[in-house]
Design a protein around this ligand. Structure first.
Ligand code: NDP
Length: 330
């Protein structure tokens, strides 16, 4: 960065999918906000991949700088809570969608969206967790609030080779739960067992809606990263009074189920949203993530890339070919 100029990945609108290029920008190009952050790390989440490929109409105004999460150091602030030199992190608030995001060496954001980087995390480990890991923590906490305790039985995690799923496996195992990890990639069995899964379940078991509205009761709880038919199927296998934390839609947005798991087995379907999550809950969840996830676990699941490789990795992520978390270094 010289004369304040900085690198950013800029998306321009195009007929099929947006065109991305790394460009030099000036601080004056940035949107309004009260804190200027030198971004050292961002992440590649499922939503970033959708934005990079122009899916879901998440971005309405171009040119656009993507990146739904970021970590770095404050370089200027009109918000009394933040001073130059402070280490900070940001996830959600539709940053990277309606506001320019973390795929740039500088970001201007609202102080309300930032939280101090918890002691014990580096910007890199914070983004190795990122939006996906933060959401996994919210999901596990929702299951706990609905009564899940260690020893209750097998907790199912779908999309386990992905970012959210892998961190959910690690968190649940560290909290003393028995984890069954669902994956469509049996070659990742060793990786998932190292994260703490006790058993690997083939994704094909959940590929179609259930043949009957209720199947044998199997699971004490579930963190679901995929939605669609797999969610419809596993709802029919949940134990009496258990809960499913519905986090994602990698297998589809539609849910065709019946009322029977809810009415006859008291199953709870818990919606998980990380984007508008209130600040006090964020800070508590990040502190818990910091104490539960050692840097060796995060290193084992993380691949680091530069801005120039974001689009290629987004394509692979949407094709279900990425394992763990991708950290982006602008
Ligand atoms: P990843 O792409 O890293 O993980 C998704 C995983 O789902 C894949 O690795 C794969 O795991 C599995 N999968 C992919 N396609 C299919 C399919 N067609 N059918 C069944 N399983 C499939 O994404 P993230 O971990 O970043 O995000 C996961 C989901 O959570 C996304 O839908 C995302 O939008 C959502 N999300 C929601 C948030 C919220 O606030 N609610 C915040 C963050 C993420 P495997 O190969 O092991 O089967």
């Amino acid at each position: 960065m010289t004369n304040g100029d900085f690198d950013a990945l800029v998306l321009e609108e195009a007929p099929e999918s947006p065109v991305a290029s790394v460009r030099r920008l000036r601080p004056e190009d940035l949107p309004a906000g009260d804190v200027l952050v030198r971004v050292s790390h961002s992440g590649l989440n499922y939503k970033d991949a959708m934005i990079l490929k122009g899916l879901g109409r998440l971005v309405r105004r171009y040119p656009h700088v993507p990146g739904i999460d970021l970590a770095g150091t404050v370089v200027g602030s009109d918000d009394g809570r933040f001073r130059p030199g402070d280490a900070v992190l940001l996830t959600g608030w539709r940053v990277g969608e309606t506001h320019w995001g973390g795929y740039a060496q500088l970001a201007r954001v609202r102080g309300d969206w930032l939280i101090p980087l918890p002691e014990g995390l580096t910007p890199r480990t914070a983004m190795a967790i990122g939006t996906a890991g933060f959401t996994a923590m919210l999901a596990v906490q929702a299951l706990e609030e609905h009564g899940l305790e260690p020893g209750d039985g097998e907790v199912l995690v779908t999309g386990a080779s992905g970012g959210l799923g892998g961190i959910a496996v690690a968190l649940l195992a560290r909290l003393g739960h028995t984890v069954a990890a669902v994956t469509g990639r049996p070659e990742n069995a060793g990786y998932l067992k190292a994260l703490g899964a006790s058993r690997i379940v083939d994704r094909s078991e959940f590929a179609a809606p259930p043949a009957k509205p209720l199947l044998s009761e199997r699971w004490a709880a579930c963190v679901d990263a995929v939605g669609g038919d797999p969610l419809a199927h596993l709802l029919a296998e949940m134990r009496y009074g258990s809960s499913v934390a519905a986090c994602g839609l990698a297998a589809g947005t539609a849910l065709q189920t019946t009322m029977l798991p809810f009415l006859l087995r008291g199953v709870n379907l818990l919606g998980i949203d990380s984007v508008m999550c209130p600040r006090d809950i964020r800070i508590a969840a990040w502190n818990r993530l910091t104490s539960l996830l050692p840097s060796e676990v995060l290193d084992a699941i993380t691949t680091e890339i530069g801005l120039d490789r974001a689009v290629e990795h987004a394509e692979r992520l949407l094709a279900g070919q990425i394992r763990g978390r991708i950290v982006v270094t602008p």
